[in-house]
Design a protein around this ligand. Sequence first.
Ligand code: ZN
Length: 313
Amino acid sequence: MTLRPALIVVGGVLAAASLQVNVGGQMAGPAPGEGLSESYRGSQSGNVEYQKVPPIKVFDNLYYVGPGAVSVWLVPTSDGLILIDTAQEPYVDHVIDSIRKAGFDPADIKYILITQGHLDHFGGAGKIQALSGARVATLEEDWTLIEEAYQAPARPGRPLGVPVKRDLVLHEGDTVTLGTTALTVYKLPGHTPGSPSFEFTVYDDGTPYSAFVFGGPGQRNGVEGGTQFLESLRRLKTEFGDIDVPVHVHSYLRTYPYDSGGTVFEPAAKLAERKAGDPHPFVDNAQWRRWLDTAEAGTIKYIEDAKAGVPVR
Ligand SMILES: [Zn+2]
């Protein structure tokens, strides 16, 4: 169930020499020709310690608290915390630790929003709900996927973790409000039959920017799913093409062939070196548009392949 959309499975480009990290006294890093973000689902996908990246403050009200391969976004509000996705075991304690390291109390989480009924996104929801009492929310279609996941036998090496039960059911057009923060819910299916997506405002030292989490950014399920995904992409281009900040659910989503590298750790490296007056590296409408163009081209090919009988995910 790990997300590997065909459209972004293309060779890495970013120079890797300076990207090694020390893991348990051993240097680990991207393989030759592999970008940093790419390494988290590539050569280092099974390296648990390597995946435990430190939290990143990206905006006044947006923190990255996930492992390397699967984003978990923390949205602090005036009345508690909102968590978008949870990762899965064995990374759930890392997510909880990252929230603490970022300066917040996980017990203050009021909402856990799940972008997909896939284990890598919802696998930590039960444990985090148990320690916080948060409401867990996703679309009807994704709750059904979550329930099916608990009914199926666990796959080796893919522990299901603490189960989460159907709680809040989101709908297109709903608003999740906490304090003065509001996230608008959209249904953009194709990766899963629901794939809730969220629009909200982030602040860079008080300056507001529109942000968007596309919940299911990879085509799945052959001609039918691919066609649904293409419709979602075209809706995104029409209705949300102007957003300032794409908030990606996987670090390795990329805008090949326009850019090298991924869409979380590469701009985060620039953010760490940002000087006063520099633009914010995550405020990047051009990157969002390139991602949409790349995804659309990849999806058209995916549908053609599926129609031609080429095996697709
Ligand atoms: Zn998925």
